[in-house]
Design a protein around this ligand. Structure first.
Ligand SMILES: Cc1ncc(C[n+]2csc(CCOP(=O)(O)OP(=O)(O)O)c2C)c(N)n1
Ligand SMILES: [Mg+2]
Length: 337
């Protein structure tokens, strides 16, 4: 878990540096090696590591627009993920998805920029696992700002009524962009929503990886043993703005300071020291993580850009304008498939 957490933290520190290249001084979002938005998950690491520690490659995970810590913990290929974020041909989605739309079928990981979008596909994966008589499970991660979405309610209901092996993990960082949760959501704790769907709701109040690991162990075990879904909520903290370039004028200083003070990485380091793991061992893990990150970034930057002529390939199953819209060599005919 420590390895996953420091890898994710270091990865995002490096992405941040790369992202800012060429974008300043006026913050041109389309400039630099990583064009477009970038949502960093620094402060969320305990949730990804604590939950994914219980998962296998054949378990499915869906994550939202802030996905890197979950992707790292689920074992998504770091090099191909980085190439995707840099928009390169050898990226997980051939450079067409970007950082919010990573898809790695090798470890059954997907994420989406549409909030709560991961809930229905996770329920579908859980239903498939059940029908195939496997003990695979599915986990949908979502932010506390996504728990008022219809897709979330429908997913909880379907999961409960069919006793599906799925865990919903709410990452509560108190904010949905600039909106504090108390202004938009009727319940203080998202886990309380479970009561309306007859399934267990559990909240981990601190972004404490060990506590998340314990709660997630029960939830994943319950799903794997055929005992149905769980709604798990984890308090995390957003150490950064909503996205890179967010000036955070709406955010009280005290809130930012609290996020900085409650660092889950420092917390697990203290826990590991209490368990008797010495500093050298932790330093070795950090060094390994740093080299892995560096290697992935260097590799990604050397990868080719996609051919613009293939922009629509693999994007639509039934493209508007027919096959000609996806394949310039196909001519005007065809396109009904
Ligand atoms: C369906 C939908 N509505 C609105 C948006 C715009 N949007 C992007 S992130 C976000 C807030 C998400 O907050 P939360 O779920 O708490 O996740 P966090 O960013 O805090 O990790 C919104 C409203 C979106 N992506 N999808
Ligand atoms: Mg949030």
């Amino acid at each position: 878990m420590y390895d996953d957490m420091v890898t994710a933290r270091r990865y995002e520190e490096r992405l941040q540096e790369e992202y800012l290249e060429g974008k300043q001084p006026s913050f041109d979002i389309s400039a630099g090696p990583i064009p477009g938005e970038l949502h960093l998950a620094a402060g969320h690491e305990a949730s990804g590591a604590g939950v994914c520690a219980h998962l296998r490659d054949d378990d499915t995970v869906t994550a939202p627009h802030r996905p890197h810590h979950v992707a790292v913990a689920k074992g998504v290929d770091l090099k191909r993920m980085t190439a995707e974020i840099f928009g390169r041909e050898t990226g997980l989605c051939r450079g067409k998805g970007g950082h919010m739309h990573l898809f790695d079928p090798d470890v059954n990981f997907a994420c989406s920029g549409i909030i709560a979008e991961g809930c229905p596909p996770a329920v579908g994966a859980a239903m498939a696992a059940k029908k195939r008589n496997t003990d695979a499970v599915a986990v949908a991660f979502l932010g506390e700002g996504a728990i008022d979405q219809g897709g979330f309610f429908e997913s909880l209901n379907l999961a409960s009524v069919h006793d599906l092996p799925v865990v919903f993990v709410i990452e509560d960082n108190d904010w949905a962009i600039s909106m504090p949760k108390e202004r938009v959501t009727d319940v203080e704790n998202g886990a309380d929503r479970a009561g309306g769907f007859d399934l267990p709701g559990v909240r981990v109040d601190h972004d404490d990886a060990v506590a998340v690991h314990e709660a997630a162990g029960e939830a994943v075990g319950r799903a794997r043993d055929g005992n149905g879904p769980t709604l798990l909520e984890v308090q995390v903290h957003r150490r950064m703005g909503h996205f890179m370039g967010d000036a955070e004028g709406y955010r009280p200083d005290a809130d930012r300071e609290r996020a900085e003070a409650r660092d889950s990485v420092e917390r697990i380091e203290a826990d590991l020291a209490d368990y008797g793991v010495d500093d050298d061992e932790l330093a070795a893990i950090r060094e390994r993580a740093e080299s892995r990150v560096e290697e992935a970034i260097e590799w990604a930057k050397e990868q080719p850009e996609p051919d613009p002529g293939q922009a629509y390939e693999d994007v639509f199953t039934n493209p508007v304008g027919g096959a000609a819209a996806t394949d310039p060599s196909a001519g005007a005919a065809g396109g009904d498939d």
